[in-house]
Ligand binder design. Structure first.
Ligand code: FAD
Ligand code: SF4
Length: 469
């Protein structure tokens, strides 16, 4: 499909400019720049248009990647934006935060020695630039159905669901306990990965499509769930997972030990000039920080601490680098910014008398694979030592946080607390209560923005089928 299908031989992969580490460690803005139109077209034109686009299959929303790359190569930005929105409700967000190295770009044929097409950066370019040039989603031929659906949670799952409902003439009313939409996109992911004006723009777009947001409203506290069941034709749950995992070792309650998410949120509030919540601002300036964990949340803690002016930041992870769960590019960014990594160490205790003084760890070696195929870390006897620290951030991930009202409304959960809502059920993502659908982290466990968007969209299709519209 490309004008010159062998273009990749002459034109190497080129990523958008990245702010140099010595500058970006002093600021919180996004670190990845934007392609200019010529470079976007050239990079998009590197696509081989393979007959069987592996990138599309590996992308959780199955974006029509070669097709919109071709449109960008031809300079047809608005058509690219239209096509990009056919499969993804938040393309400008996914282009920024997806772990492309494990998804679309990891599957690109050109990875075989030539460098994958810069799919994520082109995806972000399309929507950002089309919006700047005046493109808006066209819903002019949508016919209202008179049906109304309540969406609980304005995170990626809820937004994906509301997007599809609106495009099919169903009124979506989205409730969230927070004062802004986005879920973890706003109250979790730091601005150096995703600036908050991106979410604000998306809110304007969705409102323009007729989606209504009722914020600062917690279902189960401010509004009863039963009231939603009574008022709406169906309800979608996209409430995320918020039960932070703990290490279960001594010293976790010492002053100076903080869970990851409240720390990150306090920083976002500080940077944005928003009022702090009851946790207040946690400042790492002048502190030796140890971050426990190896996923995206741990990387965000590392890089936020660096920007706040920590004297040192050490990330301690119990497996080796190969077996880290987070995005490779984020580890690269963290290293460039001065984060020290201690791989193959398992925390045993946070030490200190009346405040943190260090983390006692034991070295590990990689053992046999676990049930998910990841090699298990095994402690090496006699290898204990203490990493000195003034502050410790615990970033071990999240467990489901089912609400206590699920049971009384016939919403089943599995043994781990995830809501049961099978993709291949009678209607996609329908729960045991036929009027209630669910998707995103609360169904699959903590995962990715793009998988939450996918499930929200699929659940909306299930709702449309259930409503017979
Ligand atoms: P959420 O985003 O958690 O949204 C749920 C929403 O429901 C929230 O707004 C919440 O306030 C609302 N809610 C819950 N209960 C109620 C109630 N009773 N009433 C009203 N509202 C309610 N993924 C990536 O792909 N790339 C990344 O780089 C990345 N980085 C991450 C960094 C951090 C620090 C964290 C924590 C996660 C990261 N993730 C990343 C994961 C990603 O953010 C989540 O998988 C995704 O946001 C899940 O979407 P969701 O809609 O299911 O839930
Ligand atoms: Fe790649 Fe994510 Fe975009 Fe899919 S949504 S094309 S995986 S960046």
């Amino acid at each position: 499909m490309a004008t010159n299908p062998m273009q990749f031989l002459d034109l190497p992969r080129q990523d958008p400019q990245k702010t140099p580490a010595e500058i970006r460690i002093h600021e919180f803005g996004e670190i990845i720049g934007q392609f200019d139109p010529a470079t976007a077209g050239q990079q998009a034109g590197r696509c081989l248009a393979c007959g069987n686009p592996y990138c599309e299959w590996k992308c959780p929303v199955h974006n029509f990647i070669p097709n919109w790359l071709k449109l960008v190569e031809e300079g047809n930005l608005f058509a690219a934006a239209e096509m990009s929105h056919k499969t993804n409700s938040l393309p400008e967000v996914c282009g920024r935060v997806c772990p492309q190295d494990r998804l679309c770009e990891g599957a690109c044929t050109l990875n075989d020695g030539f460098g994958a097409v810069t799919i994520g950066s082109v995806e972000k370019y399309i929507t950002d630039e089309a919006l700047k040039a005046g493109w808006r989603p066209d819903l002019s031929d949508v016919v209202p159905t008179g049906k109304r659906v309540a969406v609980i949670g304005a995170g990626p799952a809820g937004l994906g669901c509301a997007d599809i409902l609106a495009r099919n003439g169903v009124e979506a009313v989205v409730y969230d306990r927070y004062p802004e939409i986005g879920g973890l996109l706003t109250f979790g992911i730091p601005p150096f990965k995703l600036e908050k004006n991106v979410i604000r723009t998306r809110r304007e777009l969705l409102e323009g499509m007729g989606v209504e947001f009722r914020l600062n409203t917690e279902i189960g506290r401010d509004v009863e769930f039963q009231a939603l069941l009574d008022e709406y034709d169906a309800v979608f749950l996209g409430m995320g997972t918020y039960n932070a995992m703990q290490g279960g070792f001594p010293g976790e309650d010492l002053p100076g030990v903080y869970p990851a998410l409240p720390f990150l949120v306090s920083n976002i509030r500080e940077v944005m000039g928003w009022e702090h919540d009851e946790n207040g601002f946690v400042d790492m300036a002048g502190q030796r920080v140890v971050v426990l964990g190896g996923g995206d949340t741990a990387m965000d803690c590392n890089r936020t601490s660096i920007r706040q002016g920590a004297t040192s930041v050490t990330c301690a992870y119990r497996r080796d680098e190969e077996n880290m769960p987070g995005s490779r590019k984020e580890v690269v960014h963290a290293r460039e910014e001065g984060v020290q990594f201690e791989f193959n160490v398992q925390p045993l205790e946070i030490v200190g008398d009346d405040k943190v003084e260090g983390v006692k760890v034991v070295r590990t070696r990689m053992g046999a694979p676990d049930e998910r195929g990841r090699r298990r870390p095994e402690p090496v006897p006699g290898s204990e030592y203490v990493i000195p620290a003034d502050r410790v951030l615990v970033a071990f991930g999240f467990r489901p946080s089912p609400s206590d009202w699920f049971g009384e409304h016939g919403i089943d959960i599995d043994e781990g607390g995830r809501v049961r809502a099978p993709e291949s059920g009678r209607h996609a993502f329908q729960t045991a209560n036929e009027k209630v659908f669910a998707g995103g982290d609360m169904v699959r466990g903590s995962d990715l923005v793009v998988t939450a968007v996918f499930e929200g969209r699929q659940a909306a299709e299930g709702i449309l089928e259930y409503l017979g519209v």
